[in-house]
Design a protein around this ligand. Structure first.
Ligand SMILES: *Cc1c(COP(=O)(O)O)cnc(C)c1O
Length: 316
């Protein structure tokens, strides 16, 4: 990735945590994150002792809304960490502009977005560091694991030290670190998956294109101009009764679907924050992710389209 270092660690969460520490995030700092994401995004900020500050998203990309980000910047803000949610790139050019103006760093949570691009450049190539997750549900896996990418030699060295008890030379520990190493066994799985992820992604994109053309009565995912989507999830918006829709998909058509994520982070018992994030709330109530994975057959795709369209029509 344009000559960036890639550092293997034992989970995506460890990748975020070490990346933030290596980038100099310390207690008292604030890092702006979306609330509409997996809890690991904000958890990793909190684990450094810094405060995650939640900003709203836009309903088209489900990623950080630059206007909302700008509104929560304080003199303690040191960074912005967008999530390339569902495999769609966050609005990086606008966020970088804000970061530049306020002298902030950009960190990328690319856990779900292996191979997604903005104007031809891959996600993971924009931030001070980025993290890709290799958890089994992601577009590629090592069984459990993560990768940190960075172009900054200082961040790279510190992340490598933090991964291994703070030692480069054995028993000459330079700082207090973790055991966050990826095992050889996990790496062997990851290296094989790496050969396949491109083809799998193309199949995801073909499945998504079929849904885009054939689904009716629901809002299909949008792709921003200049971006490529790698469809970790194919997430539709369902009008009135999302939970009823999901249950009918399961009970009447035997089709599993997912809600990512039903409770925004700022309202989790672990954070309980007072922020008012209306678009985040709206998304949490309306999103539904239908199967898009590369092992679906044409028969599966036809069955999913028929079920969704029938339920959407019945609800209309
Ligand atoms: C999966 C995920 C993580 C955490 O990755 P793990 O490998 O499970 O630790 C962080 N952020 C997002 C958005 C994720 O989807």
């Amino acid at each position: 990735m344009d000559g960036r270092a890639a550092i293997a660690v034992n989970s995506g969460t460890a990748g975020l945590h070490l990346g933030l520490l290596a980038s100099g995030v310390v207690p008292g700092d604030e890092v702006i994150v979306p609330s509409f994401t997996f809890a690991a995004t904000a958890n990793s900020v909190a684990l450094t002792g810094a405060t995650p500050v939640f900003a709203d998203i836009d309903i088209d990309t489900f990623t950080l809304d630059p206007k909302s980000v700008a509104a929560v910047i304080t003199d303690r803000t040191v960074g912005i960490m967008p999530v390339h949610l569902y495999g769609h790139p966050a609005r990086v050019p606008e966020l970088l502009e804000i970061a530049k103006k306020h002298d902030l760093k950009l960190f990328e949570d690319a856990a779900q977005a292996h191979g997604a691009t903005i104007d031809g450049a891959p996600v993971g190539s924009f931030g001070t560091f980025a993290m890709f997750s290799l958890y089994p549900t992601k577009n590629m896996t090592s069984g459990e694991g993560g990768i940190i990418t960075t172009a900054d030699p200082g961040v790279e060295r510190k992340a490598r030290l933090l991964r291994n008890q703070g030692q480069e030379i054995v028993y000459q520990n330079e700082l207090v670190g973790f055991n966050a190493r990826m095992t050889e066994i996990h790496a062997a799985i990851g290296r094989e998956q790496l050969k396949k992820v491109l083809a799998w992604t193309e199949t995801r994109q073909r499945n998504a294109a079929f849904f885009d053309t054939n689904l009716e009565g629901v809002v299909v995912p949008k792709v921003a101009k200049g971006s490529t989507h790698v469809y970790h999830q194919y997430t539709i918006l369902v009008g009135e009764d999302r939970d009823g829709f999901q249950q009918a998909l399961r009970d009447d058509y035997n089709i599993g679907s997912g809600v990512y994520y039903p409770v925004p982070n700022h309202r989790l018992p672990s954070f309980q924050r007072p922020e008012d994030l209306p678009v985040t709330e709206q998304a949490a109530k309306s999103v539904l992710s239908i199967p898009v994975h590369p092992s679906l057959t044409q028969e599966d795709l036809d069955r999913i389209v028929k079920a969704v369209n029938t339920l959407a029509k019945a609800g209309a």
